[in-house]
Each structure stands twice: as C-alpha cells, then as structure tokens.
Ligand binder design. Structure first.
Ligand code: UT7
Length: 335
C-alpha cells in the first residue's frame, strides 16, 4: 500500500561565529585574590585562563558580534533571518536581550527571544530552533549562546570563581528539503537536584505600604556544590548520549567529534572514556576560556570549524549540562 507522501524538512548547518572579551584573567592573577594556585586549578580543571567582560562587551554586544560572524559565514542577507534564539542566564535586560541583538543586526524580519537553561542553554536553544525549522514555520535561524557569569561569581569563593569566564558563540542554521543533518536529540531536567547549582534571587523582604510586602529584585552570587555537579555530569552525560546513539542507530565509534559543555577537562575525559571515544576526538578549549556557560559549545564549534578540524559531513555528538539540573544531547552532521 502506498503511503501519503510527506515533504520532510531537515536542518542544514551553515555558519558559526564567536566573540570573547579582551581582558584575560590568568590563574596566577586569581591567586592574587583567593588562596589558590595555577597548579591546583590546572590539575583539577584544565583551565589556565578565562576572559572577563568589561563595560563595552556585555551579553548583547558579545551575542551580536558572534551572530554577525555566523551570518558572515553564510551567503544570507540579514533580512532573511526568521528567528533568533539567545541562550543566556545573564541578559542585560531581564525582559530579554535577544530583540536588542536583532536590532543591532538589522534582522528586522526575525522574531527574537531569550531562552534560559544555564549551561544547557545553547543545546536547548539549538533543539528549539531546529523544531521551528523542521515544523516548517521558519527557514533561517541564528542560535546564540552568550553569558557573562563574571558579574554573578563570588570572587571570594575559590571553590567556584576559578571555573567561570565570559564569551559568546552562534550558529546559523537553515531548513532544507534535501537532507537532514540534525540527526537526533534528547533533553532532561531534574529540579529535585536543583540546589547543587544556583544563581538565586536575593528575596529581600520590603514593604510597599503597611501590610503589603514585596520581594526586592537582585541576585545573590552563584552557589555551587562542585562535587555533586561533577558526579551528576560524569554519570548523566554518558547515559543520555548512549540513549541518543541507540535511538538514532548510531554508535559512539561513528562519532568524529565529541563536543561537550566545557566545564572541566576531567569531566570531558571521563565522559569520553565511558563512551570509548578516544581523547583526540574530544574537542576542548577550556584551557583558554574556562566555563562560559551557554557559550561553551558554539565557541568551541566555531574554533574547530575555523581551524579546519571539523569538516563537511563530520558527525558531532554534543552534550550540554548544568544548573536546573538540566542536560541534553544532540547528534548532528556538519554541513
Ligand atoms: O556548568 C557546570 C558548572 N559546574 C561544574 O562543572 C563543577 C563541577 N565540579 C568541579 O569541576 C570540581 O568539583 C571543582 C573543580 C569545582 C573542585 O574540584 P574537586 O576535585 O571536586 O575539589 P574538592 O571540592 O573536593 O576540594 C578538594 C580540596 C578541598 O580542600 P580539603 O578540604 O581537602 O583540605 C578544597 O578546600 O581542594 C580545596 N580547594 C581548593 N584549593 C585550592 C577547593 N577549591 C580550591 C582552589 N584552590 N581553587
């Protein structure tokens, strides 16, 4: 019996871009502030330095620069961009920073909105944008991951301040009826374990008039139980990737690149070992940038594309994980 012919829409990956601020904070410099050392930070995390935003390069500016670079890699007129999704936990405007990026780009025909899922944010945003493309609603999308965690780090807490840095990355993706390079995805959250990593509101009680209280705005610095987050990542990331391989009929042996959220080199190595993916296939640049939250995956991707490590049709297994707790995986073919 002949079935109904459905026009399948797939996703094609067209461009990448990234931006990091100029200010470099080395491990040695951090040790002028808290009791730590280059040796401790390097051996426990793999990080040597990170970038710190100044007044001029906030999330909007970094996201804009990354998005512009991604568009420049394509042959698109910016007016043909339909959708801009900005993954960030640190917008310049809590009402959303994506429309400001849209305005700076001159992408006047796009709809732009923010999405917050901490370090899983970029992956969740990429999955979201891809669904709009596959569903036929939009044709061209820019997915941005940008964060400025330096504004929310407790710079006196040596257990967390050594990890984070600022930056942005972006991907340009397009709907196509010829093939589908977005092979599959999975995503999960577990709010029960949310207290392991937070950037909580201050919740300071004030009153408007007698007997009518309100909670004044503002946020407390990042609070993190490093050991629990570490255990969560090395357990859940291999499981979700393994599940995705089974679902898509791929094996870890077919993967050209493992592209994980850049949190800690020990996490990257441990996940690679569990999936039997050799070290030379694990992309890593956290030595230079530390953990830039939603930016790590597109920042790493842009570097690997531009220096010709990732090539046309390479299979990339990605995973983002972090606060929420949240985690996800995507399997794509570049191009
Ligand atoms: O996007 C997700 C974001 N979060 C993460 O990825 C966090 C994942 N967790 C980690 O990366 C690791 O847990 C850390 C790098 C944060 C910490 O490494 P660890 O090997 O788990 O260290 P620890 O917390 O078990 O601490 C070991 C020792 C402690 O001293 P004592 O109690 O054994 O005497 C700490 O006080 O190291 C001490 N310590 C430090 N020493 C020098 C903790 N931080 C520092 C530091 N410098 N910066």
């Amino acid at each position: 019996m002949e079935g109904i012919k459905v026009n399948q829409i797939g996703v094609s990956f067209k461009g990448t871009g990234s931006f990091v601020p100029d200010q470099i904070l080395t491990n040695q410099k951090i040790s002028q502030r808290v009791d730590t050392s280059d040796e401790w930070i390097k051996s426990r995390t793999g990080i040597s330095e990170r970038r710190i935003s100044s007044l001029e390069d906030d999330v909007t500016e970094m996201g804009y620069r990354a998005a512009l670079a991604a568009i420049e890699m394509t042959d698109w007129d910016v007016k043909t961009v339909d959708l801009i999704v900005l993954a960030t936990s640190t917008p310049n405007d809590l009402f959303g920073s994506a429309p400001s990026i849209q305005a700076k780009l001159g992408a006047s025909n796009a709809v732009a909105f923010d999405l917050t899922a901490a370090c899983s944010g970029f992956l969740f945003a990429l999955i979201t944008a891809s669904q709009f493309l596959k569903g036929g609603s939009f044709k061209r999308a820019i997915v941005i991951g940008a964060d400025q965690l330096s504004s929310f780090v407790d710079w006196n807490d040596r257990r967390s301040c050594i990890l984070f840095g600022d930056g942005a990355g972006a991907l340009a993706i397009e709907a196509t009826s010829e093939f589908d390079n977005f092979i599959g995805f999975d995503m999960q959250t577990d709010g029960e374990r949310g207290s392991f990593l937070n950037l909580p509101s201050k919740n300071i009680k004030d009153s408007i008039i007698d007997n009518i209280d309100f909670l004044s705005g503002g946020f407390s610095p990042i609070q993190m139980n490093g050991q629990e987050v570490y255990k969560f990542a090395v357990r859940e990331v291999p499981i979700i990737l393994d599940k995705l391989f089974k679902k898509t009929n791929y094996s870890s042996g077919e993967v050209d690149w493992l592209l994980l959220h850049q949190a800690n080199q020990r996490i990257l190595d441990s996940v690679g070992d569990r999936l039997k993916i050799p070290r030379e296939k694990i992309l890593s640049n956290l030595e230079k940038y530390g953990n830039t939250s939603a930016a790590t995956i597109p920042l790493m991707m842009d570097e690997a594309i531009k220096n010709n490590r990732i090539k046309q049709n390479d299979i990339i297994a990605m995973s983002g994980f972090g606060a929420g707790l949240s985690w996800g995986a995507a399997l794509i073919k570049w191009g």
